[in-house]
Design a binder for this molecule. Structure first.
Ligand SMILES: C[S@@+](CC[C@H](N)C(=O)[O-])C[C@H]1O[C@@H](n2cnc3c(N)ncnc32)[C@H](O)[C@@H]1O
Length: 222
């Protein structure tokens, strides 16, 4: 068993988070009882963050429970629900805040629905290229920022977001899909060089092959 925190573990070959809303499975994922705890299976095929946790060699991918984080490209909230298990727990007794940004009204509608049972999530409908639309939702720079937007120009967007929102020594994670970039072949090398040139320290380049082909997750520190 590999443990990332009291609330996220790899057991056998699968990843689990401790379910903050007992008895509720969001997308049909398995639930498992363990005494008074309930664990919810975290599918790495539906979550780049989940795949990265399984494949990473370095530690430090997850934010501190009870902290504030910024998630750009929240989608329908699959990864965020597990992040919520880890950072907030039942009824947010840990006091975490997850500011979840997406450009799609459908995604944000889903997020708002899920947020009712999971306090601590703050869904924001915005284009993450517009800093001024996100700033009002952050009381300070955040120690953890994740970006997964699958659109061209992801690297520049991420560097800009780190400059604007990430606290000194904060952790930044960029999920990069090469097929979204114009230069598919050179996308990962270009990203690595750009991140270093921008003054970010590269901790690990995690190839998600096997779970999410043509995806790399870059783990940097500001
Ligand atoms: C691959 S999905 C995210 C999946 C999600 N991270 C997960 O693991 O559950 C990419 C999301 O980025 C959003 N997106 C694309 N461009 C965006 C932008 N400029 N600003 C905010 N969201 C954007 C899309 O609407 C989509 O929901």
């Amino acid at each position: 068993m590999k443990s990332f925190s009291e609330r996220v573990e790899i057991r056998g070959r699968s990843l689990w988070s401790r379910n903050a809303v007992k008895g509720v499975s969001l997308r049909g994922e398995r639930l498992k009882r363990d005494g008074r705890k309930e664990w919810r299976q975290w599918n790495p095929r539906a979550s780049k963050l989940g795949a990265a946790l399984i494949k990473a060699s370095e530690t430090g991918l997850l934010p501190e429970p009870g902290s504030m984080c910024l998630y750009l490209g929240s989608g329908h909230g699959t990864s965020i629900s597990h992040l919520h298990d880890h950072m907030c727990g039942a009824k947010n007794h840990l006091g975490g805040v997850i500011v979840a940004v997406d450009i799609s009204s459908r995604c944000i509608r889903d997020m708002i629905r899920l947020s009712k049972a999971r306090p601590g999530k703050v869904p924001v409908m915005a284009d993450c290229r517009h800093t001024e639309h996100i700033l009002p939702f952050l009381s300070k720079k955040v120690p953890w920022l994740f970006q997964d937007v699958s659109q061209s120009g992801q690297v520049e967007m991420f560097i800009e977001a780190c400059n604007n929102f990430l606290a000194p020594n904060g952790t930044g994670l960029l999920s990069l899909k090469s097929a979204s970039e114009r230069d598919t072949q050179g996308a990962f090398d270009y990203a690595e060089k750009s991140l270093k040139d921008a003054g970010l320290t590269l901790i690990e380049r995690i190839d998600l092959a096997g779970w999410e082909d043509q995806h790399v997750l870059f783990h940097v520190v500001c």
